[in-house]
Design a protein around this ligand. Structure first.
Ligand code: ADP
Length: 454
């Protein structure tokens, strides 16, 4: 592999360029017209406009234009990052058809895990605990009500194609189900083009725990332990922690082995994450994300393994241990703890309304144990309304969770961003809250803690 195109923007495009540069592979970037001044464009060895005349987000979904650029630039492979085309089966197939390596799992895995109903079936087949739910898509509201009657409320209605917490609604009774079902369905249709829905029992106070997996093309699969992503707003992650503080050692081992079992069952290749909900030491599979995730940084910090570099080497058919140099599973050990905060240009005092404009002051924290992954996080950059509002990911590590929390609190307080509003004051409140300090947060933490907003 000598030259790779990154079909993404912002911080994750830059993260991947860095991994490629370290591997001495040339980099090609793409940008939408509205991203003409975006920094990821200038971090690539060469960069090209895609999706001319299309809306900003659609430019990054314009597979024809992207593959055209890839061929003209003479690249060997495409890394899709997260979001956009990363889980798009048709795009992965188009890459293959054009002789380009798709840096990710096989199309077969995208097919299973792009659809949560198929994913759940695979988990059940592999003998992994799942949440009681409808076995397949529901036909209509009657199916939803029947499920509620048989299993009791609350229930959660979920889009099969869902992601980013969209197309998902909770109902506490038949009336709410009847109201929310069409809303969830149309949200799913708008966001994913498909509105197949399924229903599950709603777990009241779980932790969201996910296991990072790496698999090569020779059948080797390892886990890199878990992340606790319970700090969520509207089912979207805000702060992530590795490892989970409250997990007993035997439960951790069982959880990680369960994730490996599923991925071995499907013969998984490349980086992927198996997500679970955990309640009273019992865990239930929810989905697999067949791609790099936003929060991969903290797993890198606690294991010392560069996940993005490993993805690129796996795509070159290298052996996980003898060629890539990963330790055997028994020698992959957790060192200390790490935390990631997603710093967004959203106003916590105003219902997290996205803010835009020019950043006139940007002084980032640094020092030992601090990692920054930024897109347009620099003085003078302009935050536009066209894309998601993630500005910079701040990650810290320490010998213990307590030390990582102390470092994160200091780093957040050291940050100076002026000209656009950010969620930093909210994040500081989260870090200082006793529930978070004790590692005891559940997915209900933000909703149930109004003082975080002051
Ligand atoms: P997405 O793909 O949109 O991220 P997930 O299936 O990963 O959707 O779920 C996202 C979040 O929604 C979970 O972390 C959890 O907080 C909540 N959730 C999903 N399913 C359930 C459930 N059955 N019970 C309780 N919460 C759930």
């Amino acid at each position: 592999m000598r030259k790779v195109l990154v079909a993404n923007r912002g911080e994750i495009a830059i993260r991947i360029f860095r991994a490629l540069a370290e591997l001495e592979i040339d980099t090609v970037g793409i940008y939408a017209q509205e991203d003409e001044a975006s920094v990821h464009r200038f971090k690539a060895d060469e960069a090209y406009l895609v999706g001319k005349g299309k809306k900003p987000i659609e430019a990054y979904l314009d597979s024809e234009s992207i593959i055209d650029v890839a061929k003209k630039a003479g690249v060997d492979a495409i890394h899709p990052g997260y979001g956009f085309l990363s889980e798009n089966l048709a795009f992965a197939k188009e890459c293959e058809a054009n002789g380009l390596t798709f840096i990710g799992p096989n199309t077969h895995h995208l097919d299973i895990f792009g659809d949560k109903i198929k994913a759940k079936k695979a988990a059940i087949e592999a003998g992994i605990p799942t949440i009681p739910g409808t076995d397949g898509p529901v036909k209509d509201i009657q199916d939803v009500l029947t499920f509620g009657e048989e299993h009791g409320y609350p229930i959660i209605m979920k889009a099969a194609m869902g992601g980013g917490g969209r197309g998902m609604r909770v109902a506490n009774n038949p009336k709410e189900a009847t109201e929310e079902f069409p809303r969830a369905k149309s949200e799913a249709k708008a966001a994913f083009g498909l509105d197949d829905m399924y229903v599950e029992k709603y777990i009241a106070e779980p932790k969201h725990i996910e296991v990072q997996i790496l698999g090569d093309q020779h059948g080797n699969i390892v886990h890199l332990y878990e992340r606790d992503c319970s700090v969520q707003r509207r089912h979207q992650k805000v702060v992530e922690v590795a490892p989970c503080v409250e997990l007993e050692e035997n439960v951790r081992e069982e959880l990680c082995q369960t994730a490996v079992k599923l991925m071995k069952h499907v013969g998984y290749v490349n980086a992927g994450t198996v997500e679970f909900l955990l309640e009273n030491d019992s865990f239930y599979f929810i989905e697999v994300n067949p791609r790099i995730q936003v929060e991969h940084t903290i797993t890198e910090m606690v294991t010392g393994i560069d996940i993005v570099q490993t993805q690129i080497l796996i795509a070159q058919n290298k052996h996980l241990h003898s060629e890539i140099g990963l330790p055997e599973q028994k020698d992959i050990v957790l060192k200390g703890a790490a935390i990631q905060c997603r710093i967004t240009t959203e106003d916590p005092a105003n219902n997290f309304l996205p803010d835009t404009g020019r950043i006139n002051t940007y002084r980032s924290p640094g020092g030992y144990g601090v990692r920054l992954d930024a897109g347009n996080g620099f003085q003078g950059s302009v935050v536009t309304p066209f894309f998601d509002s993630l500005l910079v990911k701040l990650s810290t590590e320490g010998l213990s969770y307590e030390k990582a929390v102390q470092k994160m609190t200091r780093a957040l307080e050291e940050f100076r961003i002026r000209g656009v509003v950010t969620n930093i004051p909210f994040l500081i409140n989260v870090l200082k809250h006793p529930t978070f300090k004790n590692g005891a947060m559940t997915t209900r933490f933000i909703d149930e803690t109004p003082e975080l907003f002051h």
